[in-house]
Ligand binder design. Structure first.
Ligand code: COI
Length: 320
């Protein structure tokens, strides 16, 4: 069987080679994104392997005409694929589940960097300003941390946090006994009202879109810190900016931002980015922004490549 791999990065190529051999599949690796213009790269293939580029009806129709049976996205989130339409055509869409430690550890790092004002400390150090003014931090052990979403990543964040001695509140529609041992489940209102630091670990759905907005921010503690390593659309960005400007939110760490998909993973050096809200946030000393890199470890990339191939094999060869 043959798989067309789109958006294959240099750091993934040797992993595809290794796992391609292991699963005995032929791979056609391309650095190009999946678009109607590049659809023909999948001609003669049984499955396609994609990453973050949106895949809509037009492209799915072309792949369907080539007899593509599976679309595997090497991501946890799959909202960028029109999976309902693919299912109508009998094409299976699968996501991957990679090590949760990659995002969970990054989340704890972002929390600590935020409460210790690390962006200011590092920026000042580069300018040889070693003064202490305005960089006094706080200790995590004295804080209440609210974790929204206790799937694999949220649960791992809670496990990691449990060593710090902070109080941990958790919210999810599905409650887990393993989480109950380390955190107190509560409703969202309580979590917003009592948390000093709130971290988001929910998928992007119609229900969660803009769940952090003017109204929910109003119900949070004054000076709350917001961490988003999940999806940009969870936060109404204009409302976040207003709350950071007023001081209602005292700091934020954002690995994701609304409208990032045309920007992140590209090099905009010497070019206008054209995302005004991103520019405003990035200029704030109390906002730590990273380009959706929380997932990016050796372990996670290995899992992404391996499990995406495995899903294609399960569908095409094993009919699962
Ligand atoms: C995911 O796996 O869903 C991610 O957020 C990481 C991806 C953008 C590479």
């Amino acid at each position: 069987m043959k798989i067309a791999v789109y958006n294959c990065r240099e750091d993934e190529a040797s992993l595809f080679e290794t796992y391609g051999k292991e699963y005995d599949v032929e791979l056609s690796l391309s650095p190009l994104p999946p678009t109607p213009e590049t659809a023909s790269l999948a001609e003669g293939c049984d499955a396609v392997d994609i990453i973050t580029t949106p895949v809509g009806r037009e492209l799915i129709d072309i792949w369907h005409s080539y007899g593509i049976k599976a679309i595997a996205t090497r991501t946890v989130g799959y909202e960028h694929v029109d999976y309902k339409y693919a299912a109508e055509l009998g094409i299976s869409v699968s996501n991957v589940s990679y090590t949760p430690h990659t995002v969970a550890e990054y989340t704890v790092m972002a929390m600590l960097m935020s409460i210790r004002k690390m962006k200011t400390i590092l920026t000042r150090y580069m300018g040889q300003d070693f003064s202490l003014k305005d960089i006094r931090g706080k200790e995590l052990c004295n804080m209440t941390v609210g974790v929204i979403g206790t799937g694999k990543i949220g649960e791992t964040v809670i496990k990691n946090l449990s060593g710090f001695g902070c109080r941990i509140l958790a919210y999810d529609i599905y409650q887990k006994d393993s989480v109950k041992a380390l955190a107190e489940y509560c409703d969202l209102d309580t979590l917003y009202r009592e948390s000093d630091l709130i971290t988001l670990h929910t998928p992007a759905t119609e229900e969660t879109c803009h769940m952090i907005n003017k109204k929910t921010i109003h119900s949070m503690k004054d000076g709350v810190i917001l961490i988003n390593m999940a999806r940009g659309v969870l936060i109404e960005t204009a409302d976040l900016i207003e709350a950071l400007e007023s001081g209602k939110i005292s700091a934020a760490a954002l690995d994701v931002v609304e409208g990032e998909s045309a920007i992140y993973y590209k090099d905009f050096k010497y070019k206008p980015v054209g995302h005004h809200e991103m520019a405003i946030l990035q200029a704030m000393p109390n906002v730590l922004m990273t380009p959706h890199t929380a997932f990016f470890t050796d372990e996670a990339v290995g899992d992404m490549v391996r499990y995406s191939i495995e899903h294609c094999v399960n569908t095409v060869r094993n009919g699962r």
